[in-house]
Design a protein around this ligand. Structure first.
Ligand code: 5RP
Length: 264
């Protein structure tokens, strides 16, 4: 692997082989998402706990301090909205030249396997990989399910992750599901987990992240369950403990509670 690609991946994946990516890209299709109305404020309080920020160029330029030392994963797909005809009909919104200008560590885009727009979204990955590999920029593929949350099951997600890896994605982001080892075992590149809509309890979040990591995920790209919680800093610190300190869900909950009780 070329030095530039290795260097960018090393910025994202920490020396323990694990990672905690913080996504704040939701506005690109759902507008001013709850607790992400002012993305800069959302991010600033969480900076000590995550390893990389997943964000669009618009929010990066308008809301994130360029002196930030965390690596950036640039969201480069879009073109649809929650009120539009079909969320799956995404195109590439941002050029590789722009990614280089913004000095990002990686780019990310969604794929929509099994939808009417499967072919376009998969060719988006392939074409983006063709361009990004020239410059040593890793591509993270996001296995999107749109509004069909019931698609979060092992057979479907394993299919999506494997296809993304076959097309050249260096990292794949997917959802946690029962029998998650079926997803990671069939995917030859690192897998990270998204959180999805906010869970009922914090313990539930720590449990699925812990389970997924035991079953081969290298970390998370998890947003709403952090910044939509009443105590985002406490959740972020507890997740950092699961991801980088091998904490059990119960130990993570104790971390959460001590931060919460301290007013975080
Ligand atoms: C939104 C995304 C998000 O990055 C991804 O879903 C992770 O965020 P969350 O944990 O809130 O689901 O791709 O399009």
């Amino acid at each position: 692997m070329d030095w530039g690609m290795s260097n960018r991946l090393a910025q994202l994946i920490q020396p323990d082989g694990h990672c905690f990516f913080m996504p704040i890209d939701h506005g690109y299709f759902q507008g001013p998402t709850h607790n992400l109305e002012r993305p800069g404020d959302t991010v600033n309080q969480l900076l000590p706990y995550f390893d990389a920020l997943f964000v669009t160029r618009g929010v990066l330029r308008s809301s994130i301090d360029p002196a930030i030392t965390k690596p950036i994963i640039l969201r480069v797909s879009g073109g649809t909205s929650v009120i539009g005809k079909d969320l799956a009909n995404e195109g590439i919104t941002t050029s590789v030249e722009e990614a280089i200008r913004l000095n990002v560590a990686a780019v990310g885009l969604s794929i929509f396997v099994g939808t009417e727009y499967e072919r376009e979204s998969l060719l988006n990955v392939a074409n983006l990989v063709n361009e990004c590999e020239k410059y040593g920029i890793p591509v993270m593929a996001v296995t999107a399910v749109g509004k069909e949350l019931e698609k979060r099951e092992a057979r479907y997600l394993a299919l999506c992750c494997r296809i993304a890896a076959e097309l050249g994605a260096r990292v794949v982001k997917t959802y946690w599901c029962e029998n998650f080892d079926k997803v990671t075992n069939g995917c030859p590149v690192p897998v990270v987990m998204a959180g999805g809509p906010k869970c009922e309890t914090e313990l539930e979040v720590f449990e699925f992240v812990h389970d997924g990591m035991q079953k081969g995920a290298i970390g998370v790209n998890l947003g709403r369950n952090v910044w939509q919680n009443e105590h985002p800093v406490a959740v972020a610190r507890a997740l950092q403990a699961v991801i980088h300190e091998n904490a059990t869900p119960r130990e993570a909950f104790d971390v959460f509670k001590s931060f919460k009780d301290a007013g975080e």
